[in-house]
Design a protein around this ligand. Structure first.
Ligand code: CS2
Length: 504
């Protein structure tokens, strides 16, 4: 599969860049858009066109366009950085998707018609959001982009929200842009678009709906009522392991396709998108493009977040303490993987209740995806934003298990490993990538290795742990015990200890 560019590359000092003009010269083994891009028009505005969006939702839209539904092309909007727009400008927004798995495949995606940077082009973004032709707004803005408090309310103290409340016509936050777009549509008598969240948060659509409602109520209660009756916020579950673009990818893509790409993306072959079928203004025929349309996303979302993402975060924090760098490193360690399997089967799976699919089969498929040797998924990437991720990936499971009298010992090891991870970062003066980096660094800084007092330092993270959870005696005891075991035996010794004794 991976051949084609060799002759082209040898002849040229400066390689030809992928674009509308050059695409005809691409290696025959690379799949290209099988539709007329010029004939496509924008139907979706996407906020957050990072690597995950480009490797996932944009590919489904590419399928939709190839089915002849040409009015659903994408306008991608980065809220802050102009990097994606600037990198893909010379490429007419074409880019290469490398599917790295048992079979390696390269595919050029043509679904993005336009890329904008909101911090520089806010009026154009608002114009796109208020255009009658825009019928869906999709989001990958990460957990922190929702600007929510731990209780799930809009964080009105958030600097972006404060700024938007003061100047709603020139927003900076996703919530601010959505509401300004909807305000203009209402004013112009245009039907509301639907807002489709594609982030790893439980109940993602409802959460965004609530944030939008609260924000709009503060500005204009009549607008809030209109949004309440007119706008759909479907939930969705997204899944495909997408390591960040690394230095190895660009030359590999160029070699295989014969064309240079400033920002290709990579992912595994597996891809899943489950969408709640509830739209105010039409939607593409996603059901024919590989998307699962359903009336209830919750079971899919909960199983994926708790099992796949929960295991991922465990591998990231504990694995870093072992000295590992990638998921492959962790997978090669049989003892570590035994711990991950027991965590999934004995503590996460029981929290899930009745599922419309076979959970053991699902766990097996996740484990075999982790073992994909064709991608190098950095633990450091997964470790980002722990304060935003752990509540959905681990803490919700802990809460459910406490209520049901189920085990939490292994789950507590993941949380304790996160504390130790932060402590080590602070100690080694390595930056922490997290919106709460400052508070985390402060907590990590004063740690002494004493479990009770170190755990107490992290309990001050009120936006991560609510007081009720922290003061729960069983949780507190298990967390301190896990912290102490990692402290005294090291991560590997602690896992060995856990494996040597039956779960309580
Ligand atoms: C990962 C996810 O970086 C992370 O936190 O756990 O990006 C994970 O790879 C995806 O959710 C898989 O769909």
């Amino acid at each position: 599969m991976e051949k084609g560019g060799h002759a082209l590359m040898r002849q040229r000092a400066t390689p030809t860049v992928l674009s509308n003009r050059s695409i005809g010269k691409i290696a025959a083994t690379t799949a290209v858009p099988g539709y007329d891009r010029q004939a496509c028009s924008t139907g979706i505005v996407h906020l957050g066109p990072g690597a995950f969006h480009r490797a996932h939702q944009a590919v489904y839209i590419d399928n939709v366009l190839a089915q002849g539904e040409t009015s659903w092309a994408l306008c991608g909007v980065s809220l802050r950085s102009s990097q994606v727009r600037d990198s893909l400008m010379a490429q007419n927004n074409l880019y290469t998707l490398a599917i790295l798995d048992e079979q390696v495949q390269f595919r050029v995606i043509g679904a993005i018609r336009e890329l904008l940077t909101a911090s520089q082009q806010a009026p154009v973004v608002i114009e796109r959001l208020s255009a009658a032709t825009t019928r869906v707004v999709t989001l990958t803005i990460t957990e922190k982009g929702y600007c929510l408090t731990p209780a799930g309310d809009l964080d009105v103290a958030h600097p972006d929200i404060q700024q938007d409340l003061a100047r709603p016509e020139a927003p900076v936050s996703a919530v601010g842009f959505i509401v300004e777009g909807l305000r203009r549509r209402r004013q112009a008598g245009i039907t509301s678009f639907s807002v489709l969240s594609c982030d790893n948060l439980a109940d993602n659509g409802r959460r965004m709906a609530h944030a939008v409602q609260q924000y709009a109520s503060l500005l204009d209660p009549a607008l809030a009522r209109w949004i309440d009756s007119e706008t759909c916020f479907p939930n969705s579950m997204v899944d495909s392991i997408t390591p960040a673009t690394d230095d190895a990818l660009r030359p590999r893509v160029e070699w295989a396709t014969g064309l240079a790409d400033a920002w290709p993306v990579q992912r595994e072959a597996f891809s899943q998108w489950v969408v709640e079928d509830q739209f105010s203004c039409g939607r593409p025929s996603w059901q024919n493009a590989g998307v699962t349309m359903t009336s209830d996303v919750a079971p899919f979302e909960q199983a994926k977040l708790r099992l796949l993402n929960g295991a991922h975060s465990t591998m990231a924090y504990l694995g870093t303490l072992y000295g590992y760098a990638t998921i492959n490193d962790v997978v090669a360690d049989k003892e570590f993987m035994q711990h991950v399997k027991l965590l999934m089967h004995e503590e996460i799976s029981p929290s899930l209740g009745d599922m419309p699919f076979d959970i053991n089969g699902y766990i097996d498929s996740i484990l075999s995806r982790f073992a994909n040797p064709a991608i190098a998924h950095q633990l450091s990437q997964i470790a980002w934003d722990g304060s935003q991720k752990l509540p959905f990936r681990i803490l919700d499971t802990v809460r459910d298990n406490l209520l049901a009298g189920q085990g939490i010992e292994r789950l507590c090891f993941t949380i304790a490993a996160w504390f130790h991870f932060i402590r080590h970062r602070v100690h080694n003066e390595v930056g922490i990538v997290d919106p709460l980096a400052g508070v985390l660094a402060e907590a990590g800084h004063g740690c002494t290795g004493n479990a009770a007092s170190d755990v107490a330092r992290f309990s001050l993270l009120e936006t991560v742990f609510d007081a009720a959870l922290y003061s729960e005696p069983r949780f507190h005891r298990s967390l301190c015990a896990a912290y102490e075991k990692i402290e005294t035996r090291g991560a590997a010794g602690a896992v060995k200890y856990l494996l040597s004794r039956p779960q309580k």
